[in-house]
Design a protein around this ligand. Structure first.
Ligand SMILES: Cc1cc2nc3c(=O)[nH]c(=O)nc-3n(C[C@H](O)[C@H](O)[C@H](O)COP(=O)(O)OP(=O)(O)OC[C@H]3O[C@@H](n4cnc5c(N)ncnc54)[C@H](O)[C@@H]3O)c2cc1C
Length: 596
């Protein structure tokens, strides 16, 4: 039996303190009263809803999945019911701006709620997650008329939204899309084409679905410069906001896939469907990019969710399962021992738990920087948020989503054979986690983004500013207790290696050795993630040490232990990537393609 989900509210609340969210947000007038008094009850409510409504149907969604018959996609009935409750409770709109009917809370608050909701039921969370992307697109770039017509019911959750980018020949490279948008006399467009992989492209949880579709207007420039964005409702919307006629939007099939079975992945056909241009022609991809940061951070959060969820079951199983006498334990003591007493099982659990903390802080901090970028009080603050988000986002997306797979895999190993059978539920986490490194820009593309777009920002000064923030934490740790001083020295060693490698990559790029640099992109991102993890765990150590002295609460002592474990035993993996980063392209291209 799967272990019932219990949201780690105390860990989440601690995370908000580690990233100093209250001080940062209180400098923004809209969030001047943001505090634990908001975070704690929100997380408790979200935990209650997720534990009682979403988690119990997670396995049902996995086993039944969404089904399709004659173009009609049917969700398990428990999902339809849960969705109504979700929308009614306002979870769909908590961090959306209040002027469009949202809760007006900072994006940072959704770090914790997304973590909880996604851990309880990742497939379910994709419907409101994609809607949030569509809402942002319309809100940032749509006309007032479009906002008035489509936003109220998207924000309330009465309708869901989708993002239609991919086509069979256009995945990572969207410049090759062929979906056509023909201008009509009334100012609308006729949209014709096939989109693939569309998450929740069709379902029976709401009465309408608002698709955001990328398409090309005839005569527009070649490649990505000629892409426009359109609102294409499943059913047309009347002036009074009610649902009108069919808009020739159909779902041809849904994919059989490894995980997230209750999230229908649809092949969508648009057959002269009425579409409304968002913003200006040919700016569609720019508009998409403005939302990408939010979406990518959320996908990183999906890795966190799967790792965190799989840990709970694994830890419980390890406390219960009796097997073997741990090395060094007397026969008498071993009578009461379980596999959690074996050093190797401990190592697995510590690895997951320490990484989960580091992943959480990184993801939350990335969201905090989104708030600073969007809502900062002045241009300087906004520019800082944008710069920091630019660097953190590819790392949050790729490093955390890769770890989501790796750590749920380790959780299966904790169970032994019972991890491989479905009844414990841990296998679902691994299967569900596997999509996150692929969609929303593959992790390979994130690594290239970090290397070629983010590393050169402000001639490399943006990177240096981040690394100098890491060094400030190291200095602070050096002023602390002996244990933290020792941790600081280890962190410093890894940061210095990262700085050297970053400079080396910068010089390679200046010399025009771009293929050599690209060959090291993924190991560079992994090294960066590992070091950033150390930075956040350093911050957590300082805070936990202080709080333990103040309160004597074992929770903080454990946090200190986890930071120490991360910095001493996981962080050193960072410099291990150095030789792959600097090796260049030669070995990678030495073999002929047909010899693989
Ligand atoms: C379950 C699921 C849900 C999805 N939901 C949506 C959705 O809602 N809306 C939507 O529009 N799309 C969606 N997608 C599509 C998803 O975004 C794409 O699968 C993804 O962008 C990768 O594109 P691709 O599959 O064509 O792979 P490809 O682009 O063909 O990539 C294959 C491999 O080549 C690598 N590669 C490609 N180009 C480069 C390059 N320039 N440099 C280095 N490496 C490169 C990639 O990293 C990858 O490893 C979904 C996909 C799945 C599986």
């Amino acid at each position: 039996m799967a272990v019932p989900y219990k949201a780690p509210v105390k860990d989440i609340v601690f995370g908000y303190e580690v990233i100093d969210s209250y001080n940062v947000l209180n400098k923004i007038s809209a969030f001047s009263d943001f505090s634990e008094d908001i975070v704690i009850p929100t997380m408790e409510e979200c935990a209650k809803f997720s534990e009682e409504v979403l988690a119990p149907i997670n396995a049902i969604g996995d086993q039944q999945g969404a089904t399709i018959k004659d173009g009609v996609v049917t969700m398990p009935e428990e999902f339809v019911d849960a969705y109504q409750k979700f929308a009614e409770a306002g979870w769909a709109s908590i961090s959306l701006p209040s002027d469009i009917g949202g809760g007006g809370m900072p994006i940072t608050l959704s770090g914790g709620t997304l973590e909880i909701l996604s851990t309880a039921n990742l497939a379910f969370g994709l419907a409101p997650g994609l809607s949030a992307g569509a809402i942002s697109a319309i809100n940032f770039h749509g006309s007032q008329e479009q906002k008035d017509k489509f936003l109220p019911k998207l924000v309330s959750g009465e309708w869901t939204g989708t993002m239609n980018l991919s086509e069979p020949q256009s995945g990572s490279d969207l410049g090759t899309i062929t979906t056509k948008a023909e201008p009509q006399e009334d100012g609308s467009y006729k949209i014709t084409g096939t989109k693939v992989w569309i998450t929740f492209g069709e379902h029976n949880m709401t009465e309408n679905i608002i698709h955001l579709v990328l398409a090309k207007v005839p005569g527009s420039p070649e490649g990505t410069k000629g892409i426009s964005m359109f609102i294409v409702p499943k059913y047309t919307v009347n002036d009074d906001g009610s649902v009108g006629d069919s808009n020739n939007v159909s779902c041809i099939s849904i994919e059989e896939k490894l995980g997230i079975h209750a999230s229908p992945t649809c092949v969508m056909e648009y057959d002269g469907s009425v579409g409304y241009l968002v913003g200006e022609e040919n700016r569609g991809l720019n508009y998409m990019f403005t939302m990408m940061n939010e979406a990518r951070v959320w996908v990183g959060g999906q890795g966190l969710a799967c790792a965190s969820g799989s840990l709970q079951g694994a830890a419980q199983y390890a406390r219960d399962r009796v097997q073997g006498r741990p090395v060094g334990m007397s026969k008498e003591d071993a009578k009461n021992s379980t596999i959690i007493d074996h050093a190797d099982v401990r190592r697995m659990l510590m690895t997951i738990k320490a990484y989960v903390d580091a992943m959480r802080y990184l993801m939350y901090d990335n969201q905090l920087m989104l708030d600073v970028e969007y809502f900062g009080e002045d241009e300087e603050m906004k520019a800082f948020g944008e710069e920091r988000c630019g660097i953190l986002t590819p790392i949050t997306k790729a490093w955390i989503s890769d770890l989501g797979v790796e750590l749920s895999n380790i959780a299966i190993q904790v169970y032994g054979g019972m991890g491989y059978v479905e009844e414990t539920g841990v296998a679902q986490y691994l299967r569900d986690a596997r999509i996150a490194p692929i969609y929303e820009g593959t992790n390979g593309i994130q690594a290239l983004d970090l290397m070629f777009r983010k590393l050169p920002l402000d001639n490399g000064q943006a990177m240096q500013r981040l690394l100098s923030d890491v060094n400030k934490v190291i200095d602070e740790m050096k002023q602390d207790d002996e244990e933290l001083v020792s941790m600081a020295e280890k962190l410093e060693k890894e940061v210095n290696t990262l700085s050297e490698i970053t400079l080396w990559l910068g010089s390679k790029m200046l010399e025009g050795e771009l293929v050599d640099a690209s060959a090291g992109a993924t190991p560079y991102l992994k090294m960066f993630g590992q070091v950033l993890g150390g930075y956040y765990m350093g911050k957590a150590a300082i805070l936990a040490n202080k709080k333990f002295k103040e309160t004597g609460d074992e929770f903080y002592k454990d946090k200190l232990t986890l930071s120490k474990f991360y910095i001493e035993q996981l962080l050193p993996l960072a410099s291990g990537y150095a030789s792959s980063i600097t090796a260049g392209k030669d070995d990678l291209y030495a073999m002929k393609a047909e010899n693989f």
